[in-house]
Design a protein around this ligand. Structure first.
Ligand code: FAD
Length: 330
């Protein structure tokens, strides 16, 4: 590990720290000294304590208030907080991608999005480079992307967006106190016509892309999502769906997983009554463990699953629900 400053843009949800940021801080600890970058109103004492617990040496607050919803202004806030950083990590959301590309356009930094990991090569000095790892083409290829010359840019020479659930979040072994630093940010005077919008969240408050478990239902549900929802809730996960199911109007489009829908990388993905068309697979194939329940033993989903059950979801899911409850002694 180096003593390089690794900035982590913190994702907030109603003032609390979103779990993917804790994953990013965990990764940052393996690369150097993490500092948390906080946009908007001051963080609560609980949020600062949690950021320290996960290794942040400082929490740098770019107090730009509601202006942070404008990507160019948010980029100015991040720039002010990262002048000494070698690397900026962020959670790879649509909004953050919009923000950091503006930052990179100004600073000349290299950007990689949707990464599963990152490391320094050739140290962290003048000749340093950063390599990020991604799975691409519907998770069929692993690639490493190198950002050279990170030592010669003023501010973070490399900016890397991390997919949720790619690093297991863990608290630092010997966390210290995080120093709270308030920054004065000079905002660009430009008139902004674009505002960043909140990601669509499901009832339980977890965006589909961040959920550690996703239980999805397809045409095989026939529109009945009761068992899929019950199983998802039991596992603390989110409900996903195929496009055929959302097109039928059985469930909202915000649940769609796949090429058109959301790309998910949960630790566990359960596909119920989903055939496994390439457009669906493209959005879930990089999940940790894939479980498939399908009546058709030749369904393509069985080619990519880790554990498959041939049978009706209406027979299999009640047994799975009962087994999980029995295992927990409920
Ligand atoms: C440009 C483009 C983009 C697309 N983007 C997406 C996308 O983002 N996401 C997406 O999902 N699709 C997308 N699609 C559509 C995709 O090609 C498939 O049509 C869709 O994924 C199929 O949905 P499905 O698996 O629910 O339905 P089907 O393919 O009809 O499969 C239903 C499955 O359920 C099984 N089944 C039936 N009854 C039961 C039961 N009781 N228990 C268990 N299994 C049962 C059947 O054996 C079958 O395998 C896109 C298509 C195009 C052309």
């Amino acid at each position: 590990m180096s003593d390089a400053t690794i900035a982590v843009l913190i994702e907030q949800r109603d003032g609390a720290v979103a779990r993917p940021s804790l994953e990013a801080l965990t990764l940052a600890r393996t690369l150097g000294t993490p500092v948390a970058v906080w946009l908007g109103e001051d963080p609560s004492a609980d949020a600062v304590a949690q950021l320290a617990e996960f290794g942040a040496a400082e929490v740098r607050v770019a107090g730009i208030g509601a202006e942070s919803r404008y990507p160019a202004k948010a980029a100015a806030g991040i720039a002010a907080a990262t002048t000494d950083a070698k690397l900026l990590l962020f959670v790879s959301t649509f909004v953050n991608k919009e923000i950091v590309t503006r930052l990179a356009a100004k600073s000349g930094a290299g950007v990689v999005v949707d990464a599963a990991g990152v490391e320094f090569v050739d140290g962290t000095g003048e000749d340093s480079a950063v390599e990020a790892f991604q799975t691409v083409f519907a998770a069929t290829w692993n690639v490493r992307t190198r950002i050279p010359g990170t030592g010669v840019v003023n501010g973070p020479g490399a900016i890397v967006g991390l997919r949720p659930n790619t690093t297991a979040a863990s608290a630092a072994e010997a966390p210290g106190e995080a120093i709270l630093v308030h920054l004065v940010v000079e905002l660009p005077a430009t008139r902004e016509t674009i505002t960043a919008v909140e990601p669509v969240v499901q009832a339980e408050g977890v965006p589909l892309a961040e959920a550690p478990v996703v239980v999805s239902g397809g045409r095989g549900t026939g529109g009945d999502y009761a068992l899929v929802t019950e199983f998802a809730e039991l596992l603390g996960g989110a409900v996903g769906a195929s496009r055929d199911a959302t097109d039928e109007g059985w469930i909202g489009h915000e649940h769609m997983v796949g090429q058109t829908g959301t790309t998910v990388t949960p630790a566990l993905y359960v596909a119920c009554g989903i055939s496994g068309a390439v457009h669906h697979r493209g959005g879930m194939q990089a999940s940790g463990t894939v479980v498939a329940i399908n009546m058709d033993p030749d369904a393509p989903i069985f080619e990519i699953c880790d554990f498959g059950v041939v049978g009706s979801l209406f027979d299999v899911l009640p047994q799975a629900i009962a087994a999980v409850k029995a295992h927990r002694g409920e």
